[in-house]
Design a protein around this ligand. Sequence first.
Ligand code: FEO
Length: 169
Amino acid sequence: MISEKMAAAFNKQIKDEMYSSNLYLSMVAYFEEIGLKGFASWMRVQVQEETAHAMGLFDYLLSRDGRVVIDAIDKPAYEWSSALDCFEAVYKHEQLVTSLINNLIDVAEQEKDRAAVSFLQWYLKEQVEEEANCSEICAKLKLIGDDKHALLLIDSELAARTFVAPTIA
Ligand code: FEO
């Protein structure tokens, strides 16, 4: 059985992952609106990933006999000035999520919940990957500046991303 404090921290992270999912869904709409279908498609995969992250925490909490409580999710942003502006927001958001996962691990360590500390290592590794992906896309977008042709090439590149359900262990 998981402690109440730990369960509350997991429930908060479930909410935060669902917020991420909604934020990226909002970005799907933005990219569809400005005609960058590849960016929109990449972001649709991101929505699925975030929902999978939330469900991983959800199922883990259930497996530890913790009470899952679904909280209200704040309204995400919906306007950005460019693909770069949007991806800089993604990068900033992922850095915030990394700090939230670190905080969650701090709680697990305070509670001496070694099983939860071990489980959350997957999320830490995932954050390194997520930050690296966003940083790479931001760097490319900065590099191309106002070159619309290059932007469309990146759009085609991003369209190739497919969702692979993660094995969260
Ligand atoms: Fe669930 Fe993108 O962190």
